[in-house]
Design a binder for this molecule. Structure first.
Ligand code: 26Q
Length: 781
């Protein structure tokens, strides 16, 4: 291709990275244009992934990789005297919070690679997830203006703009399309992201301007554009805010209309919609698409309500990603009535239809009341709530969890009553990750070794082929090369950390890494406590021969999640405490990297010796970071939670480090759990926990640490002390961690063998497998 010429022509040397990036991506967009256009019309039956979040990361290197252009372009850069790695300055598209958004991105990649007609619909936020820095150990947020230097991977499609009406305003939804290139094939999928803009006639009010009310003159435009201004940085608590509901309706309604428009352009009737279209709802965030479709069928197409409901049920499917009660979306019905008056009416009709069905089944009035889709908040509340998950289950064909344990918990616990009503709807779809980004791109050296052993690079599209690498686990030449690659990746990460955090880390120490959103249930605090335990042990001579370890954290906290922010500060204080201690610091180091994101993850998952997956059993729906580490040859230090269970099953529990209470026991355990008893009986745990209140570390007078302490001992807002069983699992966690430390120190070959076997067992966790399962058993593509 002529990108070489272009780089030469532009005299690239004088251009900043984003200009080179622009030139390069425009050239690539030109190359793929024909295939992309063809892909849009090629298929009959199609599926759509509706998601509030797509955590895409950086597009450029991935697109070159999938098109097989990396080597050519690298050479072109080299010939032009230009630095290929300079594009690492290009911003991630961080239009998501964490697991749920990254899963959506992996799914699109797998669909494109596997030749499936799946496209994504979402929101083109002006500001993605905030940028994080630490000031004095506290998290500080800054806006993420990710398109500041342009967005060359998107195409604005003015011709497909949609007009949307709220009870109190009208807005235009303008689509921007991003190509999704999974491999060098003809199947280029599309991620269509909607941007909110004012109607042209509302852009500016000259009457107000003439009155001298200059701000008011553009007020309407501002409130329209606010809808897609910013990603909500929460990933667990539902707050019921008006703007969030507007966002949910904004992209759901625009997408439904877009699908109907294309369907009609193909000359099909609305009765036939379920024959051609399947829509996957990524959690309840886009569930308002259901009443919107029903509304359109009734108001514009002359359907009666029950016909419309039937069409909806065949079109939509719902994925649940969380079991935590505070994340479940329940909207105040008065808010729905105010901003979406017609949707409100449809929701009431759905509720009535459901109640009618339940009476036909012979359920008691009391039971029906407890299940209503629209129901009173409680007997002593005047609020009435719209339960989005209930609506989702009632109005779809398939409901799925994201790992075996998670689906089991949905069926037997969280959604048990609904499972009993509709057992045929429930399925499991264990999550996956795309091997393109999560090994081929981020770990070229290991990918090269694998390709040599397997004869070619086709395993990237057929990850089960890794299985046949198990036979090399005892081949010392293979394992030492594998170890050398990991050592090199650790060195590269160490250099990066030096540049970006100003911290020196030793690549010959054990890299023990926990990277994920900051949450109490993910138990970064358990990790922190274990570090203090080792610190005191080394300092006081109890712990001998501790193999030097670098404990690395990466995590963003929701800006309003005070306790999570306290945990960040605490870990940063522990880092400083150790760094200031000459006797201990040669044995351990703590690094909390700033602004953990997809691009940082790519550098971290390839350089880990230990993957920390330590959520309280039964709380992490699946986890997908666990899979990224495994695929890159890392042992898991984990609880039997989410997909960890399946990881241990695939790789063998003996090749991982499993600890802690199991999910089925915890309900019983928590009934009589008294963390203060543990404190009184175990002086070492006492010592560690008391650092929160004894002045060992300081929270700068904020009271954050004291609050953490009382949450564990007496129970603060949860009314249950240590709700996530941190102290209960502490000893078995420390034991497992010391076991790894000793294994690494004394049985290095065995340790690397475990790592290798994890990589060779990771085939199941390709999102190619997950997508095939959705395509075969839900979308029926
Ligand atoms: C809801 C209402 C209002 C504002 C925000 C939200 C919100 C936003 C994001 C609620 C939840 C999320 C994200 C949840 C999430 O990322 N869940 C993770 O999904 C992964 C993919 O299935 C799993 O692997 C993780 O276990 C799960 O925590």
């Amino acid at each position: 291709m002529n990108i070489t010429d272009m780089l030469m022509h532009k005299n690239a040397k004088n251009l900043p990275p984003h200009e080179i990036h622009k030139t390069l991506s425009e050239a690539v967009m030109g190359e793929i244009a024909v295939d992309w256009r063809k892909s849009a019309v090629k298929y009959n039956r199609r599926a759509f992934y509706f998601s509030m979040e797509f955590l895409m990361g950086r597009a450029v290197y991935n697109n070159l990789l999938c098109l097989g252009l990396t080597d050519d372009i690298k050479k072109a850069f080299f010939d032009a005297g230009e630095d290929f790695t300079a594009m690492e300055d290009i911003e991630d598209a961080a239009l998501g919070n964490g697991g749920l958004g990254r899963l959506a991105a992996c799914f699109l990649d797998s669909a494109a690679a596997g030749g499936y007609p799946l496209d994504g619909y979402g929101i083109r936020y002006k500001y993605g997830l905030f940028k994080q820095s630490f000031e004095n150990g506290f998290q500080k947020e800054a806006p993420d203006d990710w398109t500041r230097h342009g967005d060359p991977w998107s195409v604005r499609r003015e011709e497909d703009a949609v007009l949307l009406e709220y009870g109190d305003m009208k807005v235009r939804a303008i689509p921007y399309d991003m190509p999704i290139i999974g491999r060098k094939n003809e199947n280029i999928r599309t991620l269509r992201l909607w941007q909110a803009e004012a109607l042209r006639e509302n852009e500016f009010c000259f009457e107000a301007f003439d009155r001298g009310e200059y701000l008011r003159a553009s007020e309407n435009a501002v409130s329209a554009e606010n809808i897609s201004r910013c990603l909500y940085p929460n990933d667990s608590t539902h707050e019921g805010l008006k703007l969030r509901l507007r966002q949910e309706y904004f992209f759901s309604a625009a997408s439904v209309r877009d699908i109907i428009k294309k369907h009609k352009q193909n000359g099909k009737t609305m009765q036939e919609l379920p024959d051609y279209v399947s829509i996957q709802l990524n959690d309840t965030h886009p569930v308002v698409a259901i009443p919107e479709l029903i509304r359109l069928l009734i108001d514009d197409e002359g359907f009666d309500f029950s016909e419309a409901l039937n069409v909806s049920r065949k079109v939509f499917n719902y994925t649940n990603h969380t079991i935590m009660a505070e994340a479940l979306e329940k909207w105040d019905i008065e808010l729905v009535r105010e901003i979406l008056p017609r949707i409100y009416e449809v929701c009431l009709q759905i509720n009535e239809a459901f109640i009618g069905d339940m009476y036909i089944r012979g359920l008691s009035a009391e039971k029906i009341n407890s299940l209503r889709i629209v129901s009173r908040e409680s007997s002593h509340s005047s609020r009435t709530l719209l339960h989005m998950a209930r609506m989702a289950i009632y109005c779809t064909s398939a409901v799925n969890g994201v790992a075996e344990l998670h689906t089991e918990i949905l069926k037997t616990d969280v959604l048990n009553e609904w499972y009993e009503l509709y057992p045929e709807k429930f399925q499991n779809k264990t999550n996956g990750i795309t091997p393109r980004r999560w090994i081929a791109l981020c770990n070229p050296a290991l990918s090269g070794q694998i390709s040599e052993l397997l004869g070619d690079g086709e395993w990237i599209y057929d990850l089960d082929r890794l299985k046949s690498l198990k036979k090399h686990a005892d081949d010392s030449a293979v394992i030492s090369r594998f170890a050398a690659i990991k050592r090199e990746n650790k060195k590269t990460l160490a250099d990066y950390i030096k540049t970006h955090e100003g911290i020196l880390v030793n690549p010959d120490s054990i890299f023990d890494i926990q990277i994920k959103r900051l949450h109490e249930y993910k138990r970064q605090l358990l990790n922190a406590f274990s570090i203090l335990y080792f610190y005191f042990g080394i300092k006081e001579g109890r712990l001998k021969d501790f193999y030097p370890t670098t404990f690395i954290f990466g995590a963003k906290s929701a800006p309003a999640y005070t306790r999570a922010k306290g945990i960040i500060k605490y870990i940063n204080e522990i880092a400083a405490l150790i760094e200031n201690d000459k006797t201990v610091r040669e044995y351990m180091k703590v690094v909390f990297v700033q602004n953990y994101n997809v691009s940082y993850a790519e550098k971290l998952v390839v350089a880990a010796d230990i993957s920390e997956q330590i959520s309280t059993a039964g709380t992490e729906a699946s986890g997908t970071g666990n899979m990224k580490f495994m695929l890159n040859g890392t042992v898991t230090l984990g609880t039997l939670d989410g997909a960890n269970i399946e990881i241990a099953e695939e790789a063998g529990a003996e090749n991982n480090y499993i600890f802690g209470a199991v999910s089925k026991d915890l309900k019983e355990i928590m009934k009589s759990y008294e963390p203060r008893k543990i404190l009184s009986e175990d002086p070492l745990i006492f010592r560690v926990l008391h650092t929160l209140i004894d002045g060992t570390v300081s929270d700068g007078g904020t009271g954050l640490f004291r609050e953490l302490y009382f949450a564990l001992t007496d129970g603060a807002s949860w009314h249950v002390p240590d709700h996530y069983y941190v102290l209960g699992d502490f000893n078995s966690y420390v034991k497992a961690k010391l076991q790894i430390n000793a294994d690494y120190r004394d049985k290095r070959d065995e340790f690397y063998k475990k790592c290798w076997l994890n990589m060779a067992s990771a085939g199941k966790f390709s999102s190619d497998r997950t997508i095939k399962d959705y395509a075969d058993n839900i979308w029926k593509l």
